[in-house]
Design a protein around this ligand. Structure first.
Ligand SMILES: Nc1ncnc2c1ncn2[C@@H]1O[C@H](COP(=O)(O)OP(=O)(O)OP(=O)(O)O)[C@@H](O)[C@H]1O
Ligand SMILES: [Mg+2]
Length: 256
C-alpha cells in the first residue's frame, strides 16, 4: 500500500512544486515506485517534467467523474537497464474550473482519495503537489494523504502562514484522522541572510513541529532545472542539489 504525502503551504512560491518534483525523483532513484499528482491548475509539476505537450487527459476529469481513472504519464529515467519508477498525473488550467464545479458536488473533499485507492498497490509513494490556497483542491490532497510535508521559506512572515496551515490540518482531522505532519522543510534557505538564519534557528528550537535536518539552499541550478522541464538529476552542474535531495529522500524514508 502506498504512503501518500501531500506537499502543502498556502503561501505561493515557497518550493512546493520543486520539492515534489525533486524529492519524487530522488525516491524513484532509491528504487521506490513513485506517483506524483499535479493538483495545481498552474500545472507547474506537469511542466517540471516537460510533460505539458503529452497531456490528453488530466486529473480534472477524474475528480468530476469517478468512473474516469486517473491518467498516468511515465517519466523516463533515461536508463535502458533500469525500469522507469516515476510517473505523473498531469494537470492543466482547466483544473481551476473543476475546483469551482466541485463546490456543488457531493463528496467533493473525498474525490482524490477515492481515485487513488485504485492505484495504491502499484506505487510505494504518492506525492501530491497543491496550489497556493486552502481551497477544495488542497483539502482533497490533505484528505487523500496520511503525511504532509510543509516546504517553507525561513522568513518572519512565513511563521504566521505555518500557524494557519497547521490550524487547517487540525480541521482536516475530522475527515482524515490519520493525517500527520511528516516535517517542515526549509526549501529555499539563504544562509547569507541574518533573518533566515534566525527564523531557521527559531523553527528548529521552538516550533512544535519537527523540521527536516536536510535543508535545501537557494541554488540557481534548482531553478534552471525546473525551467528546463527536468529534475536536478538530469541537469548538468546540479551535483550539490542532487546530494541534497537524496539526503532528503533518505530522511523521508526513515520518517515515513
Ligand atoms: N532551492 C531553490 N533555489 C533556487 N530557486 C528555487 C529553489 N526552490 C524553488 N526555487 C524556485 O522558486 C520558484 C518557486 O518555486 P516553486 O514553483 O517550487 O514554488 P511553489 O510553492 O510550488 O509555488 P506556487 O505556490 O506558485 O505553486 C521557482 O522558480 C523555483 O524554480
Ligand atoms: Mg507550485
Amino acid at each position: 500500500m502506498a504512503t501518500v504525502i501531500a506537499v502543502a503551504n498556502q503561501k505561493g512560491g515557497v518550493g512546493k512544486t520543486t520539492t515534489t518534483a525533486n524529492l519524487g525523483a530522488a525516491l524513484a532513484l532509491r528504487g521506490r515506485r513513485v506517483l506524483l499528482v499535479d493538483l495545481d491548475p498552474q500545472g507547474n509539476l506537469t511542466s517540471a517534467f516537460g510533460l505539458e505537450k503529452n497531456v490528453q487527459q488530466t486529473v480534472a476529469e477524474s475528480l468530476l467523474d469517478r468512473r474516469v481513472p486517473l491518467p498516468v504519464l511515465r517519466v523516463s529515467n533515461g536508463l535502458s537497464e533500469a525500469p522507469d519508477c516515476l510517473a505523473v498525473v498531469p494537470a492543466t488550467v482547466e483544473l481551476a474550473a473543476t475546483e469551482a464545479q466541485l463546490i456543488n458536488k457531493l463528496g467533493r473533499e473525498l474525490r482524490l482519495r477515492d481515485q487513488l485507492l485504485a492505484l495504491e498497490d502499484a506505487y510505494d509513494y504518492v506525492m501530491i503537489d497543491t496550489p497556493p490556497s486552502l481551497g477544495t483542491l488542497t483539502i482533497n490532497a490533505l484528505v487523500a494523504a496520511t503525511r504532509v510535508i510543509i516546504p517553507t521559506e525561513a522568513r518572519f512572515f512565513s511563521l504566521q502562514g505555518l500557524q494557519k496551515l497547521e490550524e487547517s490540518i487540525e480541521e482536516i482531522l475530522y475527515l482524515n484522522p490519520r493525517l500527520e505532519v511528516l516535517g517542515i522543510l526549509l526549501s529555499k534557505f539563504d544562509r547569507r541572510l541574518k533573518e533566515e538564519r534566525q527564523v531557521a534557528d527559531y523553527l528548529r528550537r521552538r516550533w512544535h513541529v519537527s523540521v527536516f535536518s536536510t535543508e535545501v539552499g537557494t541554488n540557481s541550478k534548482i531553478l534552471e532545472a525546473g525551467s528546463a522541464g527536468t529534475s536536478v538529476f538530469h541537469y548538468a552542474g546540479a551535483e550539490k542539489a542532487v546530494e541534497t535531495y537524496l539526503a532528503l529522500a533518505d530522511e523521508v524514508l526513515t520518517r515515513a
